[in-house]
Design a protein around this ligand. Structure first.
Ligand SMILES: C[S@@+](CC[C@H](N)C(=O)[O-])C[C@H]1O[C@@H](n2cnc3c(N)ncnc32)[C@H](O)[C@@H]1O
Length: 294
């Protein structure tokens, strides 16, 4: 039976199919959707049911599970269901604390190695990673160092946009004018990050639940994972935090979004009070909380 309404030819999503799709998305990406999200799924995935010429959402579910192209289609559905909202210099008070209080500590701690890696985990279209690179460059503390800013996101489209490094006005809603003048150039397609900042940044597609692929990031001295975990269920948050913990160097810092915390997620981190913010730190004598070595 074709599950399409007669009025607008949009496929209708039944509650039991919604629950199956929701669980599949949750298993794959960690995203949590409550019962009120049925219409969001119907709107955002309905076009895919039509594009694949399927009879309804029940067939779409089977396609995702069993078709040879199912895995690619799960990625497509996640592209459509994630919130990509981001902009340069988001949560400015936290960035000030990072620049004024954490970068000097990292410069001191890593003086011998001359290496610094900061990871923007769930970077969306790249604004957060470029912001971090600009702060590092402006600090003047890392000249001649091997500095890497790694940006990763589950969405291939976001990663492609990040690599392009060209943005529209909405990305600059809280960018100080002097920064915009110094680190961006106007081009016909939009406003582009200058080359010396782009050269510090490396972007890749990564599902934060995937521990094996996360290891490709290497060791990070600081991780920004902001406005990502709010969309996850508790089990997936724990998994992601576990992965980020593994990637951090002992003494390394974790920055979350303003409405996010590790309460009920992990006790493995220390809380660090900065003048304008609270951040988390992997203890210097870090052991995994299950008692084994890191
Ligand atoms: C709201 S944006 C946050 C962007 C940026 N961190 C910020 O605070 O402005 C959330 C991003 O998390 C990504 N995301 C969602 N689930 C993910 C997963 N399992 N692995 C990696 N990234 C994920 C989404 O694609 C989206 O780009």
């Amino acid at each position: 039976m074709k599950a399409f309404s007669s009025s607008d030819d949009q496929p209708r999503l039944r509650a039991d199919d919604f629950r199956l799709l929701r669980d599949l998305v949750n298993d794959h990406a960690g995203l949590h959707f409550d019962d009120g999200s049925l219409y969001l799924f119907e709107r955002r995935l309905g076009e895919r049911v039509a594009a694949l010429e399927l009879g309804g959402f029940d067939e779409y579910y089977k396609y995702l599970r069993f078709n040879a192209r199912g895995k690619a289609e799960i990625e497509e559905s996640i592209e459509r269901l994630t919130t990509k909202e981001t902009y340069f210099f988001r949560q400015e008070y936290q960035l000030r604390s990072f620049a004024n209080e954490l970068l000097p500590r990292l410069a001191e701690a890593n003086r011998d190695s001359g290496q610094l890696t900061v990871w923007s985990a769930g970077c969306s279209t790249g604004e957060e990673a470029y912001t971090v690179a600009i702060l590092i460059a402006r600090s003047g503390l890392f000249q001649g160092w091997n500095v890497r800013v790694v940006g990763s996101d589950i969405s291939r489209r976001n990663v492609a946009t990040a690599r392009r490094g060209t943005y529209r006005a909405a990305s600059f809603r809280t960018t100080p004018p002097e920064i915009r003048r110094e680190y961006f150039v106007e081009e016909p397609e939009g406003v582009r990050v200058v080359e010396r900042i782009r050269a510090m940044c490396h972007f890749g597609q990564l599902n934060l639940l995937d521990r094996t692929r996360a290891a490709l990031v290497g060791r990070a001295d600081a991780v920004f994972c902001r406005n990502v975990l709010i969309y996850f269920d508790m089990r997936s948050r724990k998994k992601v935090i576990d992965n980020l913990y593994d990637r951090l160097t002992p003494g390394g810092f974790l920055m979350l979004g303003h409405s996010e915390s590790l309460l009920n997620v992990s006790t493995a981190f220390e809380l660090v009070h900065l003048s304008e913010d609270l951040v988390y730190r992997k203890p210097l004598a870090a052991r995994r909380w299950d008692g084994s070595s890191p």
